[in-house]
Design a protein around this ligand. Structure first.
Ligand code: KG4
Ligand code: ZN
Length: 346
C-alpha cells in the first residue's frame, strides 16, 4: 500500500510517503522563524503559511519517494487536536486529493501519531510493530503532557495529563522570561549543557502526588519571581546556564519520576516516550538511566520523529487501514479539541 500523509496541526507543514510500513520520504517545512518574532504561534499566520507551503511540500515528498499521485492507495491527514485554521489546510487538501483519486481518506489523531512514533525506527525509518509490546507511554509536546497505558496495538487509555501548562510550554514560557527566542526548549537544552542542575532549587510540582497528572505553571511562576528578584542575572552566561540547567532538572525530575512510578504500578515491561520535548538531551539520558535501573525496556522516538512530522501520521494511517478501522467519512470535519481517549471511538 502506498499512502501520502499530511500534518498541519500547528507550525510545521509536513508531508510523507509511506509504503508497506516504510517511510519513503518526509518533508517538514517549519514556520518557527516566522512565529519567533511574535514569541509564539500566531494562528492566522500559521494557516496562511500552511496554504503557501502545502503543495510544494507534498510535491517534494512525492518526488523524493519517486511516486506519482495516481499510484497512491490512500491519503491521510491530522484531524486534530490543533489550531482549527491550520488543521483545515492539510485535512481539506488530503480529503480533496483522496476524493479526486477515488481512494480512501484517513483522519488521524495527532497524539495517537506521537504515541506510536517510538515504534518507527531506522534511517530511513521503518515501522517496527513486530517488536511491539504493551507499554507505558509519555507524550511530551508543546501543547500536551500525558501518560498513556498502551495495553495493545491501537488499544490505549489516558492515565493523566497536565492540569495547566505542558512541559514544552513551560520550557518555552520560562525561556521567554529569560529573553530566549521561541521555541525556547532547544535553546535551554543547549545552554543547560554548561550549567549546574543543582545550582538553584526550583519546585517539582506534583512529583510526589499519587496520580498521573502534571502541573507546570507553578514552576513557571517560581522562576518568574526568582528572575524578578535578581535583575540582570541571566545576562551573565554562566548564571544563564545554571538557571537553564536547574529549570531543566526540575522538569525532567517530574517527568521521569511520574513515568517510572506509573510503569511500576501497571507492571509493564516497556516505557516509550515521544513528542517535541523528547528531543531534550537530559530527558533522554535520565529516562535511559531510570529504565535501565528498573529493568525496563525503553523506546524513545527518534529525534527527527519527536517533533511534528507526517511520517508518524502516515504509518499510523496505514496501520488503521490494514485493520480496517481507518477510513474517515467524506463529511468529516477537523476536530481541534479532539481528546486522545475519543480517538478510539472515532
Ligand atoms: O511535538 P511538538 O513538535 O509540537 C507540538 O505538538 O506541540 O513539540 C514542540 C515543543 C516545543 O515546546 C519545544 O520547545 C519543545 O517541543 N522542544 C524541546 C526540545 N526540542 C523541542 N524542549 C526541550 N528540549 C529540547 N531539546
Ligand atoms: Zn506534536
Amino acid at each position: 500500500m502506498i499512502l501520502l500523509a499530511f500534518e498541519t496541526s500547528c507550525d510545521e507543514t509536513s508531508a510523507a510517503v509511506i509504503q508497506d510500513g516504510r517511510v519513503l520520504s518526509t518533508v517538514v517545512s517549519s514556520q518557527v522563524r516566522l512565529h519567533s518574532e511574535y514569541g509564539g504561534v500566531v494562528p492566522e499566520l500559521a494557516a496562511r503559511e500552511h496554504l503557501r507551503n502545502l503543495m510544494p511540500v507534498a510535491r517534494g515528498a512525492l518526488r523524493d519517494a519517486g511516486v506519482e499521485p495516481a499510484q497512491l492507495d490512500a491519503v491521510a491527514a491530522t484531524r486534530g487536536p490543533g489550531l482549527p485554521s491550520a488543521l483545515m489546510v492539510g485535512f481539506r487538501a488530503a480529503q480533496g486529493m483522496a476524493f479526486a483519486l477515488g481512494k480512501p481518506f484517513v483522519g488521524i489523531h495527532h497524539h495517537e501519531g506521537h504515541l506510536y512514533s517510538p515504534w518507527i525506527a531506522g534511517r530511513p525509518p521503518v515501522a517496527d510493530f513486530a517488536a511491539f509490546q504493551p507499554n507505558l507511554s509519555l507524550i511530551v509536546s508543546g501543547g500536551h503532557t500525558m501518560l498513556v497505558h498502551v495495553a495493545g496495538e491501537l488499544r490505549h487509555r489516558v492515565l493523566g495529563a497536565t492540569v495547566d501548562d505542558a512541559a514544552g510550554e513551560c520550557f518555552d514560557k520560562i525561556g521567554k522570561l529569560m529573553g530566549l527566542a521561541y521555541p525556547a526548549g532547544p535553546e535551554i537544552d543547549r545552554l543547560a549543557e554548561r550549567g549546574r542542575p543543582d545550582a538553584f532549587d526550583f519546585p517539582r510540582p506534583m512529583i510526589h502526588d499519587a496520580n498521573d497528572e502534571f502541573s507546570f505553571s507553578g514552576l513557571k511562576t517560581a522562576v518568574r519571581y526568582f528572575l524578578r528578584d535578581r535583575p540582570g542575572l541571566t545576562e551573565d552566561l554562566r548564571a544563564l546556564g545554571d538557571v537553564c540547567a536547574s529549570v531543566q532538572a526540575a522538569i525532567v525530575d517530574v517527568l521521569v519520576a511520574k513515568t517510572l512510578r506509573a510503569a511500576g504500578r501497571l507492571r509493564v515491561a516497556c516505557v516509550t516516550a515521544s513528542g517535541g520535548v523528547t528531543r531534550n538531551s537530559s530527558l533522554r539520558r535520565r529516562l535511559r538511566e531510570a529504565c535501565e535501573q528498573s529493568g525496563l525496556e525503553l523506546r524513545l522516538a527518534q529525534p527527527e520523529l519527536c517533533t511534528d512530522n507526517a511520517a508518524m501520521i502516515g504509518i499510523l494511517a496505514e496501520r488503521k487501514l490494514l485493520r480496517k478501522t481507518g477510513t474517515t467519512p467524506w463529511v468529516a470535519d477537523v476536530l481541534p479539541g479532539w481528546q486522545l481517549h475519543e480517538a478510539l471511538e472515532a
